[in-house]
Design a protein around this ligand. Structure first.
Ligand code: NI
Length: 158
């Protein structure tokens, strides 16, 4: 396992559409391992493959409920909405509010090639949508309602 370099906003790789994984082999499992290690090392809640320069539809998420690995994720349904601040390891030092579904159901493949269905609510729903957006070259700042970076920094300084 290895911590990989995280590409930052401004790099073209973050704006490209990732291709589906055709074969879940050792290379993909190594990518999953490295992505999880990279995410934890950076203290993040999610990471998508294009953020480490790999244009494949692979994401890892851990919102404090354990590691979730999604290969070729597809959103099956969404419910409700929430507006909360988001951050991104590719856009350090910044947080903006974004509207997301309150609940999402996603279908994907796991590292063994088995089809899985994951239901996420609240923060997990936000994370799933944020990471899947990365696979389509979308950054959360494209959808931002309000930049809360300064406000939060002021609050933290009090
Ligand atoms: Ni991100």
């Amino acid at each position: 396992m290895a911590v990989r370099n995280i590409f930052k906003a401004g790099d073209d790789v973050l704006r490209k559409r990732s291709r589906p994984v055709q074969v879940i082999d050792r290379r993909i499992r190594t990518l999953l391992d490295d992505m999880a290690q990279t995410m934890y090392a950076a203290d993040g809640a999610g990471l998508a493959a294009p953020q480490v320069g790999i244009l494949r539809r692979v994401v890892v998420i851990d919102v404090g409920e354990g590691l979730v690995e999604l290969i070729n994720p597809e959103i099956l349904s969404t419910e409700g909405s929430q507006i909360n601040p988001e951050g991104c390891l590719s856009i350090p030092g910044r947080r903006c509010t974004v509207e997301r579904p309150q609940k999402v159901v996603v279908r994907a493949y796991d590292r063994n090639g088995d089809e899985i269905e994951v239901t996420g609510e609240g923060f997990m729903a936000m994370a799933i949508c944020h990471e899947i957006d990365h696979l389509d070259g979308i950054l959360y700042t494209d959808k931002m309602i309000e930049d809360v970076t300064d406000k939060e920094n002021e609050e933290a300084a009090k």
